[in-house]
Unconditional design. Sequence first.
Length: 144
Amino acid sequence: MRGYPKWFYRFLIFSFTLLTLTGFLLIPNALDMRLDWDVSWHLPGAMRLAVVALHATIAFLVVSQLGALWSVHMRIGWRHHKNLPTGLGLVAVLLGLVLTGLGIYYAGEDWSVPASASHIIIGIFIPFVLVWHIMAARHKQKLR
Ligand code: HEM
Ligand code: HEM
């Protein structure tokens, strides 16, 4: 990644992985608590709290990384018209997660269930969109 210290790439992948893992771990609890689904396993109470806290903390970290990517990485891509469709897809998915994540916290009772369901559905896409973005970038690098 041009314009960033070497550790930034690993830090980015680590944060995205942890965000996705904690998000996936929380799905059974959300289905049980919000949608009244009968799930066979979910995190026990204290563990859920710890995973939610970790998830929300990593989410803030990822949003700040988005700011760092905006100021150099995205501008370079935008200017050279490189990797735009998958890059914009990633940005859209992340913005969707931020908005629905805020919805889980702050939307009133009527909206917090739809916010939670949309958050889960959008969240499932993030690892695929990130891998797609990286593969598209590497494929183009090989062609050059
Ligand atoms: C930058 C991206 C993300 C942000 C800003 C974000 C933010 C949040 C926030 C603020 C919450 C509420 C925590 C609480 O209940 O106190 C939450 C819950 C949750 N997140 Fe995320 N999240 C992100 C990515 C993901 C991903 C990738 C997944 C994977 C599927 C995911 C799945 C969940 C689940 C299942 C819950 C619990 C929902 C509920 O209790 O209704 N999130 N997230
Ligand atoms: C949340 C947003 C984004 C994330 C997390 C992200 C992450 C990444 C990662 C991890 C790579 C692979 C580097 C490698 O393996 O060599 C990459 C490559 C690339 N991305 Fe993004 N990207 C994002 C948004 C964008 C956007 C919006 C654009 C275009 C405007 C873009 C353009 C590029 C280009 C041109 C490359 C290949 C050159 C390079 O590695 O710097 N990206 N991106």
